[in-house]
Design a protein around this ligand. Structure first.
Ligand SMILES: NC(=O)c1ccc[n+]([C@@H]2O[C@H](COP(=O)([O-])OP(=O)(O)OC[C@H]3O[C@@H](n4cnc5c(N)ncnc54)[C@H](OP(=O)(O)O)[C@@H]3O)[C@@H](O)[C@H]2O)c1
Length: 354
């Protein structure tokens, strides 16, 4: 006699749910792994949706260092996302030309961000441009191409002033303005306008964004003061985020970006005057700007630190330096000699052809 056939295998609802959960989790993990291995940003930043044409439509964004490079591209990206922009730098003619291109959504405030004594007046002028500032992007910066032993005190003062003490002076002033606006004491012509501004401040959370650098973490030769100032900026911002829950604070750490930062970089005798090969091969400033503006628009995403750059070497090394610090020490020692030689060769080649 034949044995009875086995009962048909029917998936229990629990098994089906478990399988679906495993498939979904695997898909999520694989997508994150693919992003980790290929994107030109850290995983949360890479996942931030583009700002679109209206992502910043109710915001006034103040961009320092807006006369060139990342700042100029960011100003364009802000307006493309529907925002209004206040442009600040020292070269007023470049800012005016940019404002002419951007139209009524932009205003110019010429200022030297390293002039700490002028910070209250600079902030007042930026706030007066459109009645308030919702976002300050502290982007102005200057780099170095000189050994720590040779870079002089005046150059160090400039690097620290533009990259650290200047941005924090503007940020401190603006924090006071935002607090006053929340109390209904904003700088407006009438009590009615002050209460409108107070309501705006309650619904639009203000943001401080700091353009630091991978150099805050990846300490490489010829940039001692620059690495120090950029690391200090990140630290200051991280502390203020803890102290000011009503303010969003975002640090941006770009790797090499194709701008004139090498040209103005300070040396013992003046400026480096050339775009070295790593900057020349860097990300376009428009890509950095697009990601920064996307992060600003995506308030709910809550990204607080933005890494941007080519996967190799910058982002890969940033992961190593962040999550395997002792290993980074060994890698840095191996890379340092070649890196320093490259920069010195590029500088010498530029001097010999000029
Ligand atoms: N390019 C990169 O590879 C890279 C990588 C990481 C981080 N970053 C950071 O990105 C930011 C933008 O630099 P970038 O690459 O776009 O170079 P950039 O084209 O040279 O831009 C620097 C900007 O800072 C402004 N600036 C310099 N000193 C100033 C001062 N005392 N007061 C006001 N504005 C001042 C400059 O304008 P004026 O000369 O008209 O004043 C210019 O608009 C900097 O903070 C830089 O450290 C750049």
């Amino acid at each position: 006699m034949e044995p009875p056939p086995p009962p048909p295998v029917t998936a229990s609802p629990t098994n089906t749910l478990l399988t679906a959960a495993i498939v979904a989790a695997s898909y999520w993990l694989l997508r994150r792994l693919a992003t980790l291995l290929t994107a030109d940003a850290d995983v949360p930043t890479a996942g931030t949706p583009p700002a679109g044409r209206t992502g910043l439509s109710n915001r006034v964004v103040w961009v320092t260092g807006a006369s060139s490079g990342i700042g100029a591209a960011t100003a364009e990206a802000v307006v493309a996302a529907g925002g209004r922009v206040v442009l600040t730098a020292r070269r007023g003619e470049l800012l005016t030309a940019a404002a002419d291109r951007l139209g009524g959504s932009s205003k110019v405030v010429v200022a030297d961000v390293a002039d700490i004594a002028a910070a209250p007046a600079t902030v007042a002028a930026a706030v007066a441009a459109f009645g308030t500032v919702d976002v300050l992007i502290n982007n102005a910066g200057v780099s170095t191409r000189e050994t720590g032993a040779a870079l002089g005190a005046a150059a160090i003062d400039t690097v620290v002033g533009v990259n650290f003490t200047g941005p924090i002076a503007l940020s401190r002033e603006l924090l006071a303005v935002w607090a006053a606006e929340r109390r209904g004491e904003g700088s407006t012509p009438s009590p009615a306008a002050a209460s409108v501004l107070a309501a705006h401040r309650r619904t639009v959370r203000p943001t401080l964004m700091f353009v630091s650098s991978v150099a805050a973490v990846l300490h490489v030769p010829l940039r001692s003061a620059y690495c120090g100032a950029k690391a200090a900026l990140v630290a200051w911002a991280n502390v203020v985020r803890l102290e000011e829950p009503t303010t969003r604070v975002v640090n941006v750490l770009p790797g090499s970006v194709r701008t004139g930062l090498g040209i103005t970089a300070l040396t013992a005798t003046g400026t480096y005057g050339v775009t070295d090969r790593r900057l020349a091969a860097g990300l376009p400033p428009s890509r950095v700007a697009e990601r920064m503006v996307a992060v600003l628009a995506d308030e709910a995403g809550g990204v607080e630190e933005v890494w941007l750059g080519h996967k190799w070497p910058e982002l890969a090394l940033l992961y190593v330096a962040t999550y395997a610090r002792p290993l980074w020490g060994a890698v840095a020692r191996r890379l340092a000699g070649r890196y320093q030689r490259e920069l010195q060769e590029d500088g010498a080649a530029a001097r010999s052809t000029s």
